[in-house]
Design a protein around this ligand. Sequence first.
Ligand SMILES: Cc1cc2nc3c(=O)[nH]c(=O)nc-3n(C[C@H](O)[C@H](O)[C@H](O)COP(=O)(O)OP(=O)(O)OC[C@H]3O[C@@H](n4cnc5c(N)ncnc54)[C@H](O)[C@@H]3O)c2cc1C
Length: 426
Amino acid sequence: MLEASWNLEFYDVSVIGTNYSGTMTRSIWFDLDRDVAGERARADFDVVVVGGGIIGASAAYYLSKRDNLKVAIVESNSIASQASGRNAGFVLRGIQTYYNECVKRFGRDNARFIYEFAEENQAVIKQFASETNVDFAIEPCGSYILADSIEELEELEESFELLNEDGFEVELIKDDPLDRGFYGALLNKRDFGLNPVSLTRAISQASGAEIFESEHVLRLESDHESGKIEVIGTGTSFFAETVILATNAYTPLVDPWFQDKFKTARGQILITRPLSKRIIDRLCYANYGWVYFRQLSDMRLLLGGRRQLYKDQEVGYADLVTPEVQSALEEYMKDSFADIVGTPIDYRFSGVMAYTKDGLPILGEHPHSDRKRVFYALGFNGHGIGYGMRIGKTLVDYAMDGIDPGLFGANRDTLLKESGETNQGP
Ligand SMILES: Cc1cc2nc3c(=O)[nH]c(=O)nc-3n(C[C@H](O)[C@H](O)[C@H](O)COP(=O)(O)OP(=O)(O)OC[C@H]3O[C@@H](n4cnc5c(N)ncnc54)[C@H](O)[C@@H]3O)c2cc1C
């Protein structure tokens, strides 16, 4: 059984086990007026989705395409309140590793599958936008993957050749398109930016699911009488035949079985006041993704990343901003954007992500006999908006029709491979 082979040294369980100080833990004192154990309200559904981020919302949306399913989304805070509402809003084709590395790590066919999957996700989001007519601020600006060194440019060149051979539209730029000290770039014209909160809210609304916000799930239990799973919230007990856990980084807080399945990592962002002119016209992803920036439509500059400098500190569940990472971002701004130094910073925020050992998401069904029909999708390695809606479909096809999630399935071989230091954000 694959599970037995997990390398617990890689997954530093002590971090997950001890750092319970973040916003996602729940103190009983807020619930005493409504959480009287044994006296919770009861609610019955066909499917309960726990977690109202992009993945939970997308799963609910695809469940709504099936006949007559009664679906609930149960969310601790509000829709998109965690990573799905605290990111850079890049919808990139591809993942955190460049295509050449992806081919080395997963093989040519799998690399092609991963990039096609992300392209499909882009298409699904655009289709959803046109069907629902909701404005989630899509900016069809394309992206630059920028080389910070000659070595990185060589990797981009290699990726360019492979992407071309595999039929992906991409351009190689052999000098600095921004005139800010980069060595060259890959231009992906299809990539786009958006407002991830508006997107996630729109998807959850379109799902027609009953949405329970401020309902923190404490744990799952098996109801032996009905054969259903009981999802025990602070105010309500939900009973369903099928449960989808879309709680990403926080999943071990609901069920400790998930503790050694991924590592948490906090990403931080700053956003300036609107600049007086446009200085960046595409989404930008540089230094293997350790830094990323875009200029929003209101002219603010968004800059994120740099957590690699404080990797040991940027873990756990807390959505803190730290002076160290924020200073590192400001230093980067001084070096690369000398023309806007002194612009006030309006926003500083962070979000918590889940990183898997091989750098790919994990979709599976809980293996314990009393957790049958509890499905999960987690570990988006800083690219969950780029996978999001399409993952929702894969997860629902798996849960409802038993269609194998393939490369993203929990039984894949690559789960045992180390991703090394090339596994980064945003
Ligand atoms: C700084 C930063 C920048 C990023 N930039 C990008 C980017 O530009 N492009 C990109 O593709 N990705 C980006 N990402 C990654 C992306 O945001 C995530 O991969 C994605 O949002 C994960 O979605 P999710 O639904 O799995 O998780 P989440 O959005 O974290 O959703 C999980 C939900 O579960 C809820 N929950 C947790 N525990 C419970 C419980 N016990 N009971 C009830 N509800 C619970 C939480 O409140 C939360 O709303 C970034 C992430 C960060 C932090």
